[in-house]
Design a protein around this ligand. Structure first.
Ligand code: F3S
Length: 385
């Protein structure tokens, strides 16, 4: 991959070891994937924050870095709510290590709103056609598909390297030719809310890393697209999809010839019932509209089990009355973290979720049985004795 004289100088160590390591990582990726050069990015979203996932080695690596990010950069969820970690049941030792990780990122100039939905709190991170380096799989899918920005599936280290250099190698989803759809998904079902997560759960398993082109019976909301993309990224490796008439780049393409048909019965099969001891919402992090919907469903009720609703701290801070209204039911609104990346969920036996992504990850990453149900059924289970 071609490096400019300025990039060569960084590669040769002229700006110090941190920037040298960062550009080495980018150059190695560029060489592996056949990039011609580095291109400027508008923002970075950096995964690899929870002490549960990166451990001691990750903490040490981040703490040793010296420098500042070159573009707006934001962290993914951590392993705990930074304020209410005791309420979550997180240990002091874990909390201390988690705070160290976050402070180390902060020292590099990374914003520490730990969220997988940064697009819901900042509108200057990514726009149509912008190149970015994001690394949480649902955020990647949303950036590529709903915003129409361009990112590869970055890992935590490559996103951080891109943030430090302000550039990323030009390959994959940064190029027009890799953004065209491969497979048509015709959905013959009336979908609502969590059904999009169930749809994504099914389609991800079927298509792997292809680029699906959806023909749906009705227009999904932004939150429904968020759930669809998150689930496909988890059960498969989908980083970009198009929805006919809805997503910004869908109009550029004809529907592909290869076709899959999805029917209502298949969506229903993803759901089941049972007796969970934790009901968790907010994968990806809940939007204001989703919190309003949950407040309405919980209004006048008392939950009988642990109920977590995960969102970003910015949203929780901005809507204190809404949070109070929800928490009157006994449900807890947690920020900076989620049911998957926090070790606190591991003490439960069975988690009920309304998210296709959480449904895929909870058994593998938390060792907890998972039940997927609609949002309404999750609330019913929460208030049942
Ligand atoms: Fe976000 Fe955690 Fe789900 S990072 S997408 S809430 S697994």
């Amino acid at each position: 991959m071609y490096l400019t004289p300025e990039e060569e100088a960084i590669f040769n160590g002229e700006r110090g070891a941190t920037y040298q390591k960062a550009i080495e990582i980018l150059a190695a990726l560029g060489d592996i994937y056949g990039a011609d050069r580095l291109i400027p990015i508008k923002s970075a979203q950096i995964a690899g924050v929870s002490y549960k996932t990166i451990g001691e080695a990750g903490l040490e690596w981040i703490s040793d870095l010296k420098g500042k990010v070159a573009v707006p950069s934001i962290l993914n969820p951590a392993g705990m709510d930074r304020e209410c970690w005791k309420e979550m049941g997180v240990s002091q030792d874990f909390a201390d290590k988690q705070q160290k990780i976050i402070r180390a990122y902060e020292a590099l100039g990374v914003r520490t709103e730990c969220t997988c939905t940064p697009y819901s709190i900042f509108d200057n991170l990514a726009g149509l056609g912008d190149h970015v380096a994001w690394s949480e799989s649902s955020a990647i899918s949303y950036a590529n598909s709903v915003i129409g920005a361009r990112t590869n599936r970055e890992g935590g280290p490559s996103a951080l390297s891109a943030a430090l250099i302000g550039k990323t190698p030009n390959y994959g989803f940064h190029l027009d030719e890799n953004r065209k759809p491969d497979i048509l998904i015709r959905v013959d079902a009336a979908l609502h809310n969590s059904d999009y997560g169930a749809l994504g759960y099914i389609v991800g398993e079927m298509v792997g890393d292809k680029v699906p082109f959806f023909k749906l019976k009705s227009a999904p909301s932004k939150d429904e697209l968020k759930s669809l993309g998150a689930a496909m990224a988890a059960s498969g490796a989908v980083a970009l999809y198009h929805v006919s008439g809805i997503t910004p780049e869908a109009g550029k393409y004809d529907p592909p010839e290869e076709k899959i048909m999805i029917e209502q019965g298949q969506i229903k099969e993803v759901y089941s019932s049972g007796e969970p001891d934790l009901i968790a919402f907010g994968c990806p992090h809940s939007s204001v509209e989703e919190l309003v919907g949950l407040a309405r469903l919980l209004d006048g009720k008392k939950v009988k089990k642990d109920v977590w609703i995960c969102t970003s701290r910015a949203i929780k801070k901005k809507h204190p009355e809404l949070v109070k209204q929800i928490e009157r039911s006994g449900a807890k609104v947690f920020c900076d973290t989620c049911m998957v990346v926090s070790p606190a969920s591991e003490r439960f036996n069975c988690m009920m979720v309304n998210s296709g992504k959480a449904h895929k990850y909870v058994p593998n990453l938390c060792g907890v049985k998972s039940i997927m149900a609609t949002t309404e059924e999750c609330v019913k289970a929460a208030v049942r004795d």
